[in-house]
Design a protein around this ligand. Structure first.
Ligand code: ADP
Length: 477
Protein backbone atom coordinates (compact mmCIF):
# COMPACT_ATOMS: atom_id res chain seq x y z
CA UNK A 1 0.00 0.00 0.00
CA UNK A 2 1.07 3.53 -0.72
CA UNK A 3 0.31 5.37 2.54
CA UNK A 4 0.72 9.10 3.25
CA UNK A 5 0.75 10.41 6.82
CA UNK A 6 0.23 14.18 6.93
CA UNK A 7 0.87 15.89 10.24
CA UNK A 8 1.95 19.09 12.01
CA UNK A 9 4.37 17.16 14.26
CA UNK A 10 6.77 14.27 13.83
CA UNK A 11 9.61 13.23 16.14
CA UNK A 12 12.53 13.99 15.76
CA UNK A 13 11.77 16.72 13.21
CA UNK A 14 9.37 18.77 15.31
CA UNK A 15 7.86 17.74 18.63
CA UNK A 16 5.50 19.41 21.07
CA UNK A 17 3.82 16.30 22.51
CA UNK A 18 2.59 12.78 21.89
CA UNK A 19 1.38 13.53 18.33
CA UNK A 20 5.05 13.78 17.29
CA UNK A 21 5.94 10.50 18.97
CA UNK A 22 3.12 8.67 17.17
CA UNK A 23 3.78 10.13 13.71
CA UNK A 24 7.51 9.52 14.17
CA UNK A 25 6.99 5.85 15.01
CA UNK A 26 3.87 4.31 13.41
CA UNK A 27 5.12 4.90 9.82
CA UNK A 28 8.39 3.17 10.66
CA UNK A 29 6.57 0.08 11.86
CA UNK A 30 4.23 0.16 8.86
CA UNK A 31 7.29 0.30 6.59
CA UNK A 32 8.64 -2.79 8.36
CA UNK A 33 5.38 -4.49 7.35
CA UNK A 34 6.44 -3.98 3.71
CA UNK A 35 4.28 -0.92 3.03
CA UNK A 36 5.40 2.18 1.14
CA UNK A 37 4.96 4.88 3.75
CA UNK A 38 5.52 8.61 3.35
CA UNK A 39 5.36 11.20 6.11
CA UNK A 40 4.68 14.81 5.13
CA UNK A 41 5.31 17.67 7.58
CA UNK A 42 5.99 21.41 7.29
CA UNK A 43 9.65 22.36 6.95
CA UNK A 44 10.01 24.22 10.24
CA UNK A 45 13.52 25.47 10.90
CA UNK A 46 14.12 23.18 13.88
CA UNK A 47 17.65 22.02 14.66
CA UNK A 48 16.91 18.61 13.11
CA UNK A 49 16.04 20.33 9.82
CA UNK A 50 18.73 22.99 9.75
CA UNK A 51 21.51 20.50 10.52
CA UNK A 52 20.72 18.25 7.55
CA UNK A 53 20.80 18.40 3.77
CA UNK A 54 17.60 17.53 1.95
CA UNK A 55 16.95 16.89 -1.72
CA UNK A 56 14.37 18.95 -3.56
CA UNK A 57 11.76 16.84 -5.37
CA UNK A 58 9.15 19.40 -6.31
CA UNK A 59 8.62 23.12 -6.78
CA UNK A 60 5.13 24.57 -7.13
CA UNK A 61 2.80 27.46 -6.45
CA UNK A 62 -0.36 27.78 -4.45
CA UNK A 63 -3.07 30.40 -4.29
CA UNK A 64 -4.34 31.81 -1.04
CA UNK A 65 -7.11 34.24 -1.91
CA UNK A 66 -5.58 36.76 -4.31
CA UNK A 67 -1.99 35.93 -3.41
CA UNK A 68 0.26 33.31 -4.94
CA UNK A 69 2.99 31.64 -2.89
CA UNK A 70 5.78 29.41 -4.18
CA UNK A 71 6.46 26.23 -2.23
CA UNK A 72 8.96 23.38 -2.29
CA UNK A 73 8.89 19.72 -1.31
CA UNK A 74 12.15 18.21 -0.07
CA UNK A 75 13.00 14.68 0.93
CA UNK A 76 15.69 12.94 2.94
CA UNK A 77 17.32 10.58 0.42
CA UNK A 78 18.89 8.50 3.23
CA UNK A 79 15.50 7.49 4.73
CA UNK A 80 17.32 7.48 8.06
CA UNK A 81 14.07 7.56 10.01
CA UNK A 82 12.84 4.29 8.54
CA UNK A 83 10.24 5.80 6.18
CA UNK A 84 10.15 8.36 3.37
CA UNK A 85 10.14 11.86 4.83
CA UNK A 86 8.84 14.87 2.86
CA UNK A 87 9.14 18.45 4.09
CA UNK A 88 6.98 21.19 2.63
CA UNK A 89 8.33 24.72 2.82
CA UNK A 90 6.18 27.76 2.15
CA UNK A 91 8.63 30.56 2.99
CA UNK A 92 6.59 33.19 4.81
CA UNK A 93 4.79 30.58 6.93
CA UNK A 94 7.42 28.19 8.26
CA UNK A 95 10.43 30.43 8.78
CA UNK A 96 11.06 29.60 12.45
CA UNK A 97 11.51 26.53 14.65
CA UNK A 98 8.06 27.04 16.18
CA UNK A 99 5.56 24.31 15.39
CA UNK A 100 2.67 26.51 16.47
CA UNK A 101 2.37 30.28 16.14
CA UNK A 102 -0.52 31.77 18.08
CA UNK A 103 -2.89 33.70 15.78
CA UNK A 104 -1.31 32.53 12.51
CA UNK A 105 -2.02 28.83 12.49
CA UNK A 106 -5.15 28.97 10.30
CA UNK A 107 -3.08 30.46 7.45
CA UNK A 108 -0.04 28.26 8.15
CA UNK A 109 -1.85 24.94 8.19
CA UNK A 110 -4.32 25.73 5.39
CA UNK A 111 -1.40 26.56 3.08
CA UNK A 112 0.41 23.41 4.19
CA UNK A 113 -2.61 21.28 3.30
CA UNK A 114 -3.11 23.02 -0.06
CA UNK A 115 0.58 22.63 -0.92
CA UNK A 116 0.38 18.93 -0.06
CA UNK A 117 -2.63 18.38 -2.36
CA UNK A 118 -1.16 20.51 -5.18
CA UNK A 119 2.00 18.43 -4.99
CA UNK A 120 -0.01 15.19 -5.29
CA UNK A 121 -2.01 16.50 -8.25
CA UNK A 122 0.88 18.04 -10.15
CA UNK A 123 3.24 15.13 -9.63
CA UNK A 124 0.43 12.69 -10.52
CA UNK A 125 0.60 10.68 -7.32
CA UNK A 126 -2.41 8.60 -6.34
CA UNK A 127 -2.10 7.36 -2.73
CA UNK A 128 -3.98 4.30 -1.49
CA UNK A 129 -4.62 6.04 1.85
CA UNK A 130 -4.16 9.53 3.22
CA UNK A 131 -3.87 9.33 7.01
CA UNK A 132 -4.35 12.73 8.66
CA UNK A 133 -3.68 13.61 12.29
CA UNK A 134 -5.70 16.09 14.38
CA UNK A 135 -7.16 19.41 13.25
CA UNK A 136 -3.99 20.78 11.60
CA UNK A 137 -4.59 18.52 8.61
CA UNK A 138 -8.34 18.23 9.08
CA UNK A 139 -9.43 20.12 5.96
CA UNK A 140 -7.88 17.58 3.58
CA UNK A 141 -10.93 15.24 3.47
CA UNK A 142 -13.23 18.19 2.71
CA UNK A 143 -10.94 19.53 -0.02
CA UNK A 144 -10.59 16.09 -1.60
CA UNK A 145 -14.35 15.62 -1.66
CA UNK A 146 -15.54 19.06 -2.69
CA UNK A 147 -12.76 21.31 -4.03
CA UNK A 148 -12.78 21.46 -7.84
CA UNK A 149 -8.99 21.34 -8.15
CA UNK A 150 -8.68 17.96 -6.40
CA UNK A 151 -11.59 16.08 -7.98
CA UNK A 152 -9.25 13.50 -9.51
CA UNK A 153 -8.21 12.47 -5.98
CA UNK A 154 -11.72 12.23 -4.55
CA UNK A 155 -11.58 8.41 -4.56
CA UNK A 156 -8.60 8.34 -2.21
CA UNK A 157 -9.77 7.13 1.23
CA UNK A 158 -8.99 9.48 4.09
CA UNK A 159 -8.31 8.27 7.61
CA UNK A 160 -8.44 10.70 10.55
CA UNK A 161 -6.78 9.99 13.89
CA UNK A 162 -7.94 12.21 16.74
CA UNK A 163 -5.06 12.54 19.18
CA UNK A 164 -6.87 15.13 21.24
CA UNK A 165 -10.49 16.22 20.75
CA UNK A 166 -10.08 19.31 22.94
CA UNK A 167 -8.38 21.28 20.16
CA UNK A 168 -10.31 22.00 16.95
CA UNK A 169 -8.28 24.71 15.18
CA UNK A 170 -11.49 26.64 14.46
CA UNK A 171 -11.50 30.05 12.80
CA UNK A 172 -14.05 32.54 11.50
CA UNK A 173 -15.80 32.51 8.12
CA UNK A 174 -14.03 35.77 7.25
CA UNK A 175 -11.09 33.48 6.43
CA UNK A 176 -13.10 31.33 4.02
CA UNK A 177 -11.07 32.96 1.21
CA UNK A 178 -8.11 30.82 2.34
CA UNK A 179 -9.76 27.72 0.90
CA UNK A 180 -9.65 26.74 -2.76
CA UNK A 181 -12.93 26.95 -4.70
CA UNK A 182 -15.39 24.21 -3.75
CA UNK A 183 -18.99 23.14 -4.34
CA UNK A 184 -20.66 25.90 -2.40
CA UNK A 185 -23.70 23.91 -1.30
CA UNK A 186 -21.28 21.73 0.68
CA UNK A 187 -20.21 24.58 2.98
CA UNK A 188 -21.98 22.89 5.92
CA UNK A 189 -19.23 20.24 5.93
CA UNK A 190 -16.82 22.93 7.11
CA UNK A 191 -18.97 24.39 9.84
CA UNK A 192 -19.53 23.76 13.53
CA UNK A 193 -21.10 26.28 15.88
CA UNK A 194 -20.83 29.12 13.37
CA UNK A 195 -17.11 28.64 12.71
CA UNK A 196 -14.93 26.84 10.21
CA UNK A 197 -13.94 23.91 12.39
CA UNK A 198 -11.20 21.73 10.82
CA UNK A 199 -11.58 18.89 13.34
CA UNK A 200 -15.37 18.80 12.94
CA UNK A 201 -14.97 18.92 9.17
CA UNK A 202 -12.54 16.00 9.26
CA UNK A 203 -14.91 13.97 11.45
CA UNK A 204 -17.70 14.61 8.94
CA UNK A 205 -15.71 14.05 5.75
CA UNK A 206 -13.03 11.43 6.53
CA UNK A 207 -13.86 7.90 5.49
CA UNK A 208 -12.72 6.54 8.83
CA UNK A 209 -12.12 8.08 12.24
CA UNK A 210 -9.90 6.61 14.91
CA UNK A 211 -8.79 7.76 18.28
CA UNK A 212 -5.88 6.68 20.40
CA UNK A 213 -7.49 4.39 22.98
CA UNK A 214 -10.76 2.46 23.34
CA UNK A 215 -11.68 4.29 26.57
CA UNK A 216 -11.13 7.71 24.97
CA UNK A 217 -13.45 6.69 22.13
CA UNK A 218 -16.18 6.25 24.77
CA UNK A 219 -15.25 9.43 26.64
CA UNK A 220 -15.25 11.63 23.53
CA UNK A 221 -19.02 11.08 23.21
CA UNK A 222 -19.54 13.13 26.35
CA UNK A 223 -16.35 15.25 26.57
CA UNK A 224 -15.01 16.64 23.31
CA UNK A 225 -15.15 20.37 23.83
CA UNK A 226 -18.47 20.76 21.99
CA UNK A 227 -18.13 18.00 19.37
CA UNK A 228 -19.89 15.32 21.44
CA UNK A 229 -23.08 15.17 19.31
CA UNK A 230 -21.10 14.99 16.09
CA UNK A 231 -18.87 12.24 17.45
CA UNK A 232 -21.88 10.27 18.60
CA UNK A 233 -23.42 10.67 15.13
CA UNK A 234 -20.24 9.50 13.39
CA UNK A 235 -19.65 6.66 15.84
CA UNK A 236 -20.35 3.91 13.26
CA UNK A 237 -17.19 4.87 11.35
CA UNK A 238 -15.07 5.38 14.50
CA UNK A 239 -12.67 3.05 16.28
CA UNK A 240 -10.33 3.26 19.27
CA UNK A 241 -6.82 1.90 18.70
CA UNK A 242 -4.37 2.10 21.58
CA UNK A 243 -1.12 3.84 20.64
CA UNK A 244 2.14 1.97 20.78
CA UNK A 245 5.63 3.20 21.58
CA UNK A 246 8.84 3.26 19.58
CA UNK A 247 10.85 0.63 21.44
CA UNK A 248 14.06 1.67 19.64
CA UNK A 249 13.88 5.27 20.83
CA UNK A 250 12.54 4.34 24.27
CA UNK A 251 14.87 1.56 25.31
CA UNK A 252 16.73 1.68 28.65
CA UNK A 253 19.23 -0.85 27.25
CA UNK A 254 20.46 1.52 24.54
CA UNK A 255 19.19 5.03 25.40
CA UNK A 256 22.20 7.33 24.93
CA UNK A 257 20.73 9.99 27.24
CA UNK A 258 21.19 7.71 30.30
CA UNK A 259 24.31 7.60 32.45
CA UNK A 260 23.96 3.81 32.65
CA UNK A 261 21.91 1.49 30.46
CA UNK A 262 19.98 -1.40 31.98
CA UNK A 263 17.60 -4.27 31.28
CA UNK A 264 14.96 -6.16 33.28
CA UNK A 265 17.86 -8.09 34.81
CA UNK A 266 20.09 -5.15 35.70
CA UNK A 267 17.44 -2.54 36.48
CA UNK A 268 18.33 -2.22 40.16
CA UNK A 269 21.88 -1.05 39.57
CA UNK A 270 20.94 0.83 36.41
CA UNK A 271 18.13 2.80 37.98
CA UNK A 272 20.25 3.51 41.05
CA UNK A 273 23.00 5.06 38.89
CA UNK A 274 20.52 7.15 36.89
CA UNK A 275 18.73 8.27 40.05
CA UNK A 276 22.03 9.31 41.65
CA UNK A 277 22.94 11.43 38.60
CA UNK A 278 19.47 12.97 38.40
CA UNK A 279 19.43 13.77 42.13
CA UNK A 280 22.85 15.37 41.87
CA UNK A 281 21.74 17.50 38.91
CA UNK A 282 18.57 18.66 40.69
CA UNK A 283 19.87 18.77 44.28
CA UNK A 284 17.66 15.95 45.57
CA UNK A 285 18.32 13.15 48.04
CA UNK A 286 18.89 9.79 46.28
CA UNK A 287 18.05 7.81 49.43
CA UNK A 288 14.41 8.92 49.25
CA UNK A 289 11.74 7.84 46.75
CA UNK A 290 11.62 10.19 43.78
CA UNK A 291 8.20 11.20 42.38
CA UNK A 292 8.24 12.95 38.99
CA UNK A 293 5.85 14.68 36.61
CA UNK A 294 6.61 15.25 32.91
CA UNK A 295 4.22 17.11 30.65
CA UNK A 296 2.37 20.16 29.54
CA UNK A 297 1.37 22.25 32.56
CA UNK A 298 -2.30 22.50 31.61
CA UNK A 299 -5.64 21.60 33.21
CA UNK A 300 -6.03 18.48 31.04
CA UNK A 301 -2.93 17.01 32.66
CA UNK A 302 -4.10 17.99 36.15
CA UNK A 303 -1.05 20.27 36.40
CA UNK A 304 -2.97 22.85 38.45
CA UNK A 305 -3.19 20.24 41.23
CA UNK A 306 0.59 19.94 41.46
CA UNK A 307 1.53 23.00 43.57
CA UNK A 308 -0.98 22.24 46.35
CA UNK A 309 -0.27 18.53 46.14
CA UNK A 310 3.49 19.14 46.41
CA UNK A 311 3.05 21.38 49.48
CA UNK A 312 0.91 18.81 51.27
CA UNK A 313 3.19 15.88 50.43
CA UNK A 314 6.39 17.76 51.24
CA UNK A 315 4.97 19.01 54.56
CA UNK A 316 3.36 15.72 55.62
CA UNK A 317 6.05 13.37 54.32
CA UNK A 318 8.90 15.88 54.38
CA UNK A 319 11.59 13.51 55.53
CA UNK A 320 10.56 10.81 53.11
CA UNK A 321 10.18 12.03 49.53
CA UNK A 322 11.61 13.99 46.60
CA UNK A 323 9.51 15.57 43.87
CA UNK A 324 10.79 16.67 40.45
CA UNK A 325 8.67 18.43 37.82
CA UNK A 326 9.52 18.88 34.11
CA UNK A 327 7.10 20.91 32.04
CA UNK A 328 5.84 24.20 30.74
CA UNK A 329 2.45 25.73 30.04
CA UNK A 330 0.08 27.78 32.16
CA UNK A 331 2.16 30.72 33.52
CA UNK A 332 0.30 30.68 36.83
CA UNK A 333 1.11 27.01 37.43
CA UNK A 334 4.72 27.58 36.33
CA UNK A 335 5.06 30.43 38.80
CA UNK A 336 3.53 28.44 41.70
CA UNK A 337 5.84 25.53 41.00
CA UNK A 338 8.86 27.84 40.92
CA UNK A 339 7.89 29.48 44.20
CA UNK A 340 8.10 26.10 45.97
CA UNK A 341 11.77 25.68 45.04
CA UNK A 342 13.37 27.73 47.85
CA UNK A 343 10.82 26.48 50.40
CA UNK A 344 11.51 22.77 49.84
CA UNK A 345 15.13 22.98 48.68
CA UNK A 346 16.78 19.56 48.70
CA UNK A 347 13.49 17.68 48.40
CA UNK A 348 11.87 19.42 45.45
CA UNK A 349 12.84 20.90 42.11
CA UNK A 350 11.14 22.05 38.92
CA UNK A 351 12.55 22.44 35.41
CA UNK A 352 10.22 24.83 33.63
CA UNK A 353 10.70 24.23 29.92
CA UNK A 354 10.99 21.48 27.34
CA UNK A 355 13.96 19.14 27.40
CA UNK A 356 13.97 15.77 25.64
CA UNK A 357 17.19 14.59 27.30
CA UNK A 358 16.02 15.42 30.83
CA UNK A 359 12.73 13.64 30.14
CA UNK A 360 14.58 10.40 29.31
CA UNK A 361 16.75 10.81 32.41
CA UNK A 362 13.66 11.24 34.57
CA UNK A 363 11.95 8.14 33.16
CA UNK A 364 15.13 6.23 34.07
CA UNK A 365 15.98 7.86 37.41
CA UNK A 366 12.58 8.40 39.06
CA UNK A 367 10.82 5.78 41.19
CA UNK A 368 7.27 6.95 40.44
CA UNK A 369 5.69 8.99 37.63
CA UNK A 370 2.65 11.13 38.48
CA UNK A 371 -0.16 11.46 35.91
CA UNK A 372 -3.18 13.05 37.63
CA UNK A 373 -4.78 13.82 34.23
CA UNK A 374 -8.32 15.07 33.80
CA UNK A 375 -8.20 14.11 30.11
CA UNK A 376 -5.70 11.63 28.67
CA UNK A 377 -6.61 10.36 25.18
CA UNK A 378 -3.86 7.74 25.31
CA UNK A 379 -0.87 9.01 27.25
CA UNK A 380 2.57 7.81 26.29
CA UNK A 381 4.41 8.82 29.46
CA UNK A 382 3.02 5.91 31.48
CA UNK A 383 4.18 3.44 28.80
CA UNK A 384 7.68 4.97 28.74
CA UNK A 385 7.70 4.89 32.57
CA UNK A 386 6.82 1.18 32.60
CA UNK A 387 9.59 0.37 30.15
CA UNK A 388 12.11 2.31 32.24
CA UNK A 389 11.03 0.63 35.51
CA UNK A 390 9.25 3.66 36.96
CA UNK A 391 5.90 2.93 38.58
CA UNK A 392 3.09 5.09 37.13
CA UNK A 393 0.58 6.75 39.48
CA UNK A 394 -2.41 7.55 37.30
CA UNK A 395 -5.94 8.78 37.36
CA UNK A 396 -8.22 6.21 35.73
CA UNK A 397 -9.15 8.02 32.51
CA UNK A 398 -8.75 7.44 28.74
CA UNK A 399 -5.65 5.51 27.81
CA UNK A 400 -4.43 5.48 31.42
CA UNK A 401 -7.43 3.32 32.27
CA UNK A 402 -6.60 1.03 29.34
CA UNK A 403 -2.90 0.57 30.12
CA UNK A 404 -2.39 0.56 33.89
CA UNK A 405 -3.52 -2.10 36.38
CA UNK A 406 -3.37 -1.24 40.06
CA UNK A 407 -0.97 -3.11 42.36
CA UNK A 408 -4.01 -4.08 44.44
CA UNK A 409 -5.14 -6.14 41.43
CA UNK A 410 -1.66 -7.70 41.00
CA UNK A 411 -0.74 -4.99 38.49
CA UNK A 412 2.17 -2.59 38.04
CA UNK A 413 0.80 0.88 38.79
CA UNK A 414 -1.14 2.88 41.34
CA UNK A 415 -4.56 4.15 40.25
CA UNK A 416 -7.06 6.63 41.63
CA UNK A 417 -10.43 7.82 40.38
CA UNK A 418 -10.59 11.56 40.93
CA UNK A 419 -8.36 14.30 39.54
CA UNK A 420 -8.11 15.75 43.04
CA UNK A 421 -5.26 16.66 45.38
CA UNK A 422 -6.65 14.24 47.99
CA UNK A 423 -6.61 11.27 45.59
CA UNK A 424 -3.05 11.99 44.42
CA UNK A 425 -1.80 12.40 48.00
CA UNK A 426 -3.48 9.14 48.98
CA UNK A 427 -1.79 7.37 46.04
CA UNK A 428 1.57 8.81 47.03
CA UNK A 429 1.03 7.36 50.52
CA UNK A 430 0.44 3.94 48.94
CA UNK A 431 3.54 4.41 46.79
CA UNK A 432 5.70 5.13 49.84
CA UNK A 433 4.39 1.91 51.37
CA UNK A 434 5.34 0.02 48.21
CA UNK A 435 8.79 1.63 48.09
CA UNK A 436 9.53 0.46 51.63
CA UNK A 437 8.64 -3.13 50.70
CA UNK A 438 11.68 -3.63 48.48
CA UNK A 439 10.89 -7.16 47.38
CA UNK A 440 7.39 -6.25 46.25
CA UNK A 441 8.58 -3.00 44.62
CA UNK A 442 11.13 -4.96 42.55
CA UNK A 443 8.44 -7.41 41.48
CA UNK A 444 6.12 -4.58 40.41
CA UNK A 445 8.92 -2.87 38.46
CA UNK A 446 9.91 -6.07 36.69
CA UNK A 447 6.32 -6.88 35.72
CA UNK A 448 5.89 -3.37 34.27
CA UNK A 449 9.16 -3.47 32.35
CA UNK A 450 8.16 -6.71 30.65
CA UNK A 451 4.92 -5.33 29.20
CA UNK A 452 5.15 -4.97 25.46
CA UNK A 453 3.56 -1.77 24.17
CA UNK A 454 5.55 -1.75 20.93
CA UNK A 455 3.96 -0.43 17.74
CA UNK A 456 4.86 -3.81 16.28
CA UNK A 457 1.67 -5.15 17.84
CA UNK A 458 -0.55 -2.26 16.72
CA UNK A 459 0.74 -1.21 13.30
CA UNK A 460 -1.06 -4.08 11.63
CA UNK A 461 -4.43 -3.06 13.07
CA UNK A 462 -4.24 0.15 11.03
CA UNK A 463 -3.28 -1.74 7.89
CA UNK A 464 -6.32 -4.01 8.26
CA UNK A 465 -8.64 -0.99 8.47
CA UNK A 466 -6.91 0.70 5.50
CA UNK A 467 -7.50 -2.47 3.46
CA UNK A 468 -11.21 -2.45 4.29
CA UNK A 469 -11.43 1.18 3.17
CA UNK A 470 -9.69 0.42 -0.10
CA UNK A 471 -12.17 -2.40 -0.76
CA UNK A 472 -15.03 0.02 0.01
CA UNK A 473 -13.61 2.48 -2.54
CA UNK A 474 -13.49 -0.18 -5.21
CA UNK A 475 -17.06 -1.26 -4.37
CA UNK A 476 -18.39 2.28 -4.56
CA UNK A 477 -17.24 2.79 -8.15
P1 ADP B 1 0.39 15.13 25.12
O1 ADP B 1 -1.03 15.26 25.48
O2 ADP B 1 1.20 16.28 25.65
O3 ADP B 1 0.64 14.88 23.69
P2 ADP B 1 1.44 12.43 25.59
O4 ADP B 1 1.53 11.63 26.85
O5 ADP B 1 0.69 11.83 24.47
O6 ADP B 1 0.88 13.87 25.98
O7 ADP B 1 2.93 12.71 25.06
C1 ADP B 1 3.79 13.55 25.73
C2 ADP B 1 5.18 13.44 25.10
O8 ADP B 1 5.84 14.71 25.27
C3 ADP B 1 6.08 12.43 25.78
O9 ADP B 1 7.07 11.99 24.87
C4 ADP B 1 6.72 13.27 26.90
O10 ADP B 1 7.92 12.70 27.38
C5 ADP B 1 6.97 14.56 26.15
N1 ADP B 1 7.04 15.77 26.98
C6 ADP B 1 6.02 16.48 27.48
N2 ADP B 1 6.48 17.58 28.12
C7 ADP B 1 7.82 17.55 28.02
C8 ADP B 1 8.87 18.42 28.46
N3 ADP B 1 8.61 19.51 29.16
N4 ADP B 1 10.14 18.08 28.14
C9 ADP B 1 10.39 16.96 27.44
N5 ADP B 1 9.46 16.11 26.99
C10 ADP B 1 8.19 16.39 27.27
Amino acid sequence: MNIFHVSAECYPIAKVGGLADVVGALPKYQTLLQQKVKVVVPKYKTSYVTQRKFKNVFKGNLKLGQKTYPFTVDTDPTNELGYELYLIDIPPFFGSANVYEWGQDAERFVTFQIAFLNWLIESKQFPDIIHIHDHHTGLIPFMLKFAHAYKSLSRVPTFLTIHNAQYHGDFGFEKLYLLPEFEHNKIGFLEWNGHINPLASAIKCAWQVSTVSPSYLEEMSFAANGLEDLLRHERPKSIGVLNGIDVDVWNPQSDSFLVQNYSTRSFKKGKEANKAALCEQFNLDPTKPLFAFIGRLVGEKGADLLPHMCSIVLNDFHQQVNILILGSGDPEVESHLQKLMPIYKGNYNAYIGYNEQVSHQIYAGADFLLMPSRVEPCGLNQMYALRYGTVPIVRRTGGLKDTIIDIGDFGYGICHDQASVEDVVYSIGRAIGLYKDEENMDKVIKTGMKINHSWEKVANTYLEVYKELIVKTADSW
